[in-house]
Ligand binder design. Sequence first.
Ligand SMILES: NC(=O)c1ccc[n+]([C@@H]2O[C@H](COP(=O)([O-])OP(=O)(O)OC[C@H]3O[C@@H](n4cnc5c(N)ncnc54)[C@H](OP(=O)(O)O)[C@@H]3O)[C@@H](O)[C@H]2O)c1
Length: 236
Amino acid sequence: MTAFTAWPSSPDGLVELYPRLPEPALRVNFIASVDGAVTVDGLSGGLHGPGDKEIFESLRMVCDALIVASGTVKAENYDALRLTPEARKWRLDHGLPEFPLMVIVSRSLNLDLDQLVFSDAPIRPIVLTCRGAPAERVAEVADVIAAGDDRVDLAAGVAALHERGATQLLSEGGPHLLGSLIEADLVTELCLTVSPMLVGGGPGRIAAGPATPQPRSMSLRHVLTLEDMLFLRYGR
Ligand SMILES: NC(=O)c1ccc[n+]([C@@H]2O[C@H](COP(=O)([O-])OP(=O)(O)OC[C@H]3O[C@@H](n4cnc5c(N)ncnc54)[C@H](OP(=O)(O)O)[C@@H]3O)[C@@H](O)[C@H]2O)c1
C-alpha cells in the first residue's frame, strides 16, 4: 500500500523522497496537464505550478548525468546546466562532482553550438549520437559518444555513461526520447507531475513515436501533493 506523503518541510526531505539509488537508474521527469497534454503553446512552461521547480532542481542535484534530446533542447532553448551554490555544495559534500554531466541526444547533429547549453557550459557537455553522424563540428565543443550505426542506440549510450561512472541518470525528455527509452526498456523510474489544467486537444502526450510491443508495468512509490499539483513517483 502506498501512502500519500506530506510535502516535505525542507529540501532534504525531497532528496529522501527522490534519492540516489544503490543500483544504476534512469529516472524520467515529466509534467503533464490533468487531461494529458505535455505542452501549452509548444512549451512545458505553461504547465508549471507550486512544487515542480523544487522537485526539478532536486532531481538535477542528485543525478550523475542529465539526458535531454535535441527537440527539447531547441524548443525549450536549453541553458547550460548550472546549479545553485547550495546544490553544488550538496554535491561536493556527498562526494560527487560539482556538476552533473549534460548529455544531448541527437542523430542529425543539427545543433546550434552557440546555444547556451554549449557555449555557457560549466563542464564540457556530451553529445550522444551514432557512428554515421558527421561529428567533427560538434566535437569542438562537446565530447561525442557514438552509439549505434545509423540511429542512436540508447542502450549502448547508457552503457557508455555507466562506464564513465554515471549510473544515476535523469532524463528531462522530450516525448520522442521517452518513447525510445521505453521501447529500449531503459526507464527504471517515472516522476510525473500532474498540473491542474485542461489544455484540450492539440499537444501530444509524454511518450511519442512507434508503439511499444509490450507495455511495461510500474509500481507506485509515492504520491505527493502541493496545493492542486500532484507528484507521482513510479518505479519498475
Ligand atoms: N512537459 C514536459 O515535461 C516536457 C519535457 C520535455 C519536453 N517537452 C516538450 O516536448 C517537445 C519536444 O519533444 P520532442 O519529442 O519533439 O523531442 P525530443 O524527444 O526532445 O527530441 C527528439 C529528437 O532527438 C533526436 N534523437 C536522436 N536519437 C533519438 C532516439 N533514439 N530517440 C528519440 N530521439 C532521438 C532526434 O533529433 P535529431 O537527430 O534531428 O537531433 C529527435 O527528433 C517540446 O515542445 C518541449 O517543450 C515537455
